[in-house]
Design a protein around this ligand. Structure first.
Ligand code: RM4
Ligand code: MN
Ligand code: MN
Length: 394
């Protein structure tokens, strides 16, 4: 692929930012506040808009309900309007079905019908927010599962899961999609109701065509070949999107591409392969990270650059030559083609792709001296927030 097409392809891949990645977060051992950090939905949107201003590829911001709520007297329509004024839009709506004490034994799979009803009502509330904000995605992650054999009936839980999600599905706008995320373990340690892509996939089949699987890159067992899952889901028409992040041990939620950039490159190779062999399959590319010691806006910018780096390298793969090597059974030759692309320094391509649309060649450098960000960080340390907005571990 020529350089001009690569630059165009990079600009045509929108990356959605998570509101919660801009707020103070921590581990279960503690949280260390960052001075001037975003404290409410307005400030999170401002910071997401900064990343978009610097990179040109992050037009939407995902929200988590009720971590993100309009203040008293304001509505989601007002928030959507504010986002627009900042140059971004509201992206995926993420219900929170894991923090209320009622959810101790699960949300949509809970043995108690009253709790399931509460969870379904929350799904419907989120479907309503989609309507008001114009969001097209209802992104589900559940903490549901059990810690001990016999704790609950696994078979019954699956039926509760399907019945409850079906109600949420029906409540979505006609053009809305439900993304069904899976995670191997945590917080449950014996079984998880949506533990892997196969479980999510079969649940999506029961729900309808607009239910698709969300792949969070940090939610697998070690050594899982994620690109193989991606390829399979594309073939089956059920890849709904990504939550990008990186990990070494469990659900670490570190900056994507910081631990295993090669795996990210291989994922993008399959995303191109599963599409037209030219550009990546169109799906919801989202970041899902929790920044505990790193500066949040900086971490987000670097994450975007790392995703673009992996994509640019995958775009460089000589697919015609690769196909020839594969047919000829030339194992080392085929592998070398991928390695060649992966070893290429794509930083000049990324810089040119940005400069062509008036964005800085080096967004991290530009961020370090950004006057708007400096002013905001200073102001937030003296002025009260405009809304409440607790996040995970905040
Ligand atoms: C989960 C999962 C979800 C995210 C929550 C906070 O592990 O990745 O996507 O919303 O964490
Ligand atoms: Mn996730
Ligand atoms: Mn996670």
């Amino acid at each position: 692929m020529n350089q001009e097409s690569i630059r165009a392809a990079l600009r045509a891949l929108p990356i959605e930012l998570p509101s919660w990645g801009f707020a103070n977060a921590g581990t279960r051992f503690g949280a260390f506040p960052e001075p001037g950090v975003a404290r409410d939905i307005y400030e999170k949107i401002e910071d997401a808009a900064t990343v978009h201003r610097l990179t040109g590829v992050c037009p939407t911001v995902a929200v988590h309900i009720p971590w993100d709520l309009p203040p008293v007297g304001k509505t989601w329509a007002d928030i959507a309007e504010f986002a627009k004024s900042e140059g971004v839009a509201i992206g995926a709506i993420n219900p929170n079905l894991f923090q209320d004490h009622d959810y101790k034994l699960g949300s949509v799979c809970n043995p108690d019908l009253a709790v399931r009803k509460k969870a379904v009502a929350h799904l419907k509330e989120c479907a309503e927010i989609m309507e008001v904000t114009g969001s097209k995605l209802l992104s589900i992650w559940l903490a549901d599962g059990t810690n001990y054999p016999g704790q609950d009936d696994i078979k019954s839980r699956r039926q509760r899961l399907i019945d409850s999600l079906a109600e949420g599905y029906a409540a979505m706008p006609d053009d809305g999609e439900m993304l069904v995320e899976y995670k191997l373990f945590e917080p449950a340690f014996y079984h998880t109701d949506l533990a892997d892509w196969g479980t999510s996939y079969t649940v999506c089949q029961k729900l309808g065509d607009r239910a698709k699987v969300l792949v969070d890159t940090g939610h697998h067992g070690h050594y899982t070949n994620i690109e193989f899952i991606v390829s399979t889901l594309i073939s089956e028409g059920r890849l709904g999107g990504f939550h990008f992040n990186d990990r070494r041990y469990a659900d670490d939620d570190l900056i994507v591409g910081s631990a295993n950039p090669y795996a990210l490159f291989c994922i993008f190779h399959e995303l191109i392969n599963g599409n037209d062999g030219k550009t990546a399959f169109q799906t919801a590319y989202m970041l899902d990270q929790s920044h505990t010691v790193e500066k949040k806006i900086e971490a987000m910018v670097l994450s975007v650059l790392n995703v673009q780096t992996a994509y640019a390298k995958a775009l460089l793969v000589d697919r015609a030559a690769l196909a020839e090597m594969q047919v000829a059974g030339d194992v080392m030759g085929a592998h070398a083609i991928l390695r060649d692309a992966y070893e290429t320094d794509v930083r000049p391509i990324l810089a040119a792709a940005r400069e062509e649309i008036g964005r800085p060649a080096d967004p991290l450098k530009a961020l370090a001296s950004d006057e708007i960000v400096k002013e905001r960080r200073a102001r937030r340390q003296v002025e009260p927030a405009r809304a409440s907005g607790a996040g995970l571990g905040a």
